[in-house]
Design a protein around this ligand. Structure first.
Ligand code: SF4
Ligand code: SF4
Length: 289
């Protein structure tokens, strides 16, 4: 089988691999499998790439993943370019890029493809980039083999669960248990009113969008390599690096102008109201405003 995964590296993936679709079908619901096969009739293989995003500093009130161009846009573009190059090389085959809203169990696909190890926090870890990576896949009707190699598990130190302020990640019997309903990353991005308990927990976060605490505590993320992908690092004119949002800057901005100004940012997809609310919840930021 040709080195198809190499195409993902040409287009920015730090690690890439391949997996037979049949290995993923076992873990997919009938609906998810149906959707994957609708997207790519004859689906037989999946290429997986890890696209790092760490830009070199952690200070700031935006989650590290959201400081450059929105990854939905940036990674989709890289995958589209890789897919187009593959189609030129293999014109009889299908190559369908996917990012984020994917029916695939992406972390499992990455693990099977041998591109990283799965942390107890449920994320893929790709040394030397740690878990600060986005996963992107290309579906194909070309049969691909799953490599025999298997990554070891993480060292199971429990620091991610210790660092979690909401109980979303708990350590039980030597392993982490995750409750997505309690995860403050999701809560911070939700529109509308929050419960008093959710508000209290959000006040403990250093971020007003997303939460990095479990990832920042992980020893694999102690000294992560900086991404070479300019768009994700914020090294472009259209989405320059942005680590902080201030309430005063957002309050005077009409919603339409906000969406226009930040149209290519991951933190803008729910409008400015969750950000204004979260900034208001955090006393330190209120003082600054
Ligand atoms: S992102 Fe934050 S709230 Fe969610 S599991 Fe990690 S530390 Fe807990
Ligand atoms: S903090 Fe420890 S237990 Fe959690 S993912 Fe990292 S290595 Fe694994």
């Amino acid at each position: 089988m040709p080195d198809l995964e190499g195409y993902l590296k040409i287009w920015g993936a730090a690690q890439s691999g391949a997996v037979a679709a049949s290995r993923l079908f076992e873990q997919m619901s009938p609906r998810a499998r149906e959707r994957a096969e609708e997207l790519c009739p004859g689906l037989a293989g999946v290429l997986v790439g890890a696209f790092p995003y760490y830009a070199g500093e952690r200070e700031g009130n935006l989650s590290l993943y959201s400081r450059g161009e929105d990854y939905h846009i940036a990674v989709k573009r890289l995958l589209a370019e890789a897919g187009a190059a593959l189609r030129r090389e293999y014109p009889r085959s299908r190559f369908v890029p996917l990012v984020d809203a994917s029916p695939l169990p992406e972390v499992r696909a990455a693990e099977l493809a041998g591109i990283g190890l799965v942390g107890e926090h449920g994320l893929i870890i790709c040394p030397p980039y740690g878990s600060y990576v986005f996963l992107g896949c290309i579906l194909t009707d070309l049969p691909l083999e799953t490599p025999g190699r298997k990554s070891p598990p993480c060292i199971r130190c429990g620091r991610c669960a210790e660092a979690c302020p909401s109980g979303a990640l708990r350590w039980r019997d030597g392993a982490a248990v995750f409750d997505s309903a309690l995860c403050l990353s999701g809560v911070s991005q939700r529109k509308g009113a929050l419960t008093p308990e959710e508000e209290r927990r959000l006040k403990t976060l250093p971020t007003v969008w997303g939460c990095d605490l479990c990832q920042n505590a992980c020893p694999y993320n102690a000294s992560p390599a900086v991404t070479a992908i300019d768009a994700l690092a914020g090294r472009t004119e259209t989405a320059p690096y942005l680590a902080d949002l201030q309430r005063e800057a957002l309050e005077g901005l009409p919603e339409k102008a906000f969406r226009e100004k930040y149209r290519n940012r991951a933190f803008s997809w729910h409008g400015k109201s969750p950000l204004i609310r979260n900034l208001g919840l955090h006393k330190e930021w209120e003082h600054k405003a």
